[in-house]
Ligand binder design. Structure first.
Ligand SMILES: [Zn+2]
Length: 237
C-alpha cells in the first residue's frame, strides 16, 4: 500500500487528503482527492504501467472525489462509489495485493463505504474515523448518528488491526481507536441530552452549552452535529 498526500490541508482535512493505492496491476486508488492538477498528475505517474486501474470513492465529498473524473481520464480507469458507478455492500475489487471488499459504513455521509483489505488486516475508512483525535463530523443528515454508531460496530466486527483514514496518520490499534471514537460520541450525546433536559432545545444554544465558543466554520459543523444528535435522541423515546 502506498499513499500520496494532496496539498489541501485545513481544519477539517488535517494535513490533507491521503489517496491510497493498493496493488500494482491491477491497482485500486481509494479517494483520488480534490481537483488539484499536481496531485492527480503525481497519482497518474505512480500508476503508470498498470494495465488495470479502478478508482474507489468512500463518499462524494469534494476533498475525496472531485479529482476522480480527471484521474479516470489520465489512467483509463472506471470510478466506483457514491456519485459514480454504484457499489454493493460486499462487492470485491481485485488488486495484485489481494482483494478489497466494500463495506457499507454510513454516518459521516449518507452513502459512505469502507474498503476492507483482509490480506493486510486493514480497512480504508474514508472519513468514518480520522487519524488524530476521536471525532468525525456526523451532521450531514438526520439518522446519521445511529448509522455512525452502527458503522463503528460493523467496523469493529471486521477484526482489522490497522485503519487507514483519509485524513491524518494510520491507526495501528484499530480496536482501541474504534472504542475511543464510540465513547466520545456517546459522551457528546449524553451532554446534548443533559442540555435538552435543562430546557435548551435550539441546536445553536445547545452547541454553546456543550462546545463553548467556536470559530464560525467549526460552529456551523458543530451545530449540524448537535441537530443530528437531537434527532437521535428523539428516536430513542
Ligand atoms: Zn467527508
Amino acid at each position: 500500500m502506498r499513499f500520496l498526500l494532496a496539498p489541501n490541508p485545513g481544519p477539517l482535512t488535517l494535513d490533507g487528503t491521503r489517496t491510497h493505492i493498493v496493488g500494482d496491476d491491477p491497482a485500486a486508488v481509494i479517494d483520488p482527492g480534490p481537483q488539484v492538477a499536481s496531485h492527480l498528475t503525481a497519482l497518474a505517474g505512480v500508476l503508470d504501467g498498470a494495465s488495470r486501474v479502478v478508482i474507489l470513492l468512500t463518499h462524494d465529498h469534494a476533498d475525496h472525489a472531485a479529482g476522480a473524473g480527471r484521474l479516470a481520464a489520465l489512467t483509463n480507469a472506471a470510478v466506483h462509489g457514491p456519485g459514480a458507478r454504484a457499489i454493493e455492500d460486499g462487492e470485491t475489487f481485485d488488486t495484485s495485493a489481494g482483494p478489497l471488499i466494500a463495506v457499507s459504513t454510513p454516518g459521516h455521509s449518507r452513502r459512505h463505504f469502507s474498503f476492507h483489505h483482509p490480506e493486510s488486516a486493514a480497512v480504508f475508512v474514508g472519513d468514518l474515523l480520522i487519524g488524530t483525535g476521536n471525532t468525525t463530523w456526523i451532521g450531514e443528515y438526520p439518522g446519521g448518528v445511529a448509522d455512525y454508531l452502527e458503522s463503528l460496530d460493523r467496523l469493529e466486527g471486521l477484526g482489522a488491526t490497522s485503519l487507514y483514514p483519509a485524513h491524518g496518520p494510520p491507526i495501528r490499534n484499530a480496536e482501541a481507536a474504534i472504542r475511543s471514537f464510540r465513547r466520545h460520541r456517546l459522551s457528546r450525546i449524553a451532554q446534548v441530552r443533559r442540555a435538552f433536559a435543562r430546557g435548551y432545545s435550539e441546536p445553536a444554544e445547545i452547541t454553546r452549552q456543550v462546545y463553548g465558543p467556536l470559530p464560525a466554520p467549526l460552529r456551523a459543523m458543530a451545530e449540524s452535529g448537535v441537530a443530528a444528535m437531537l434527532d437521535y435522541l428523539s428516536d430513542e423515546e
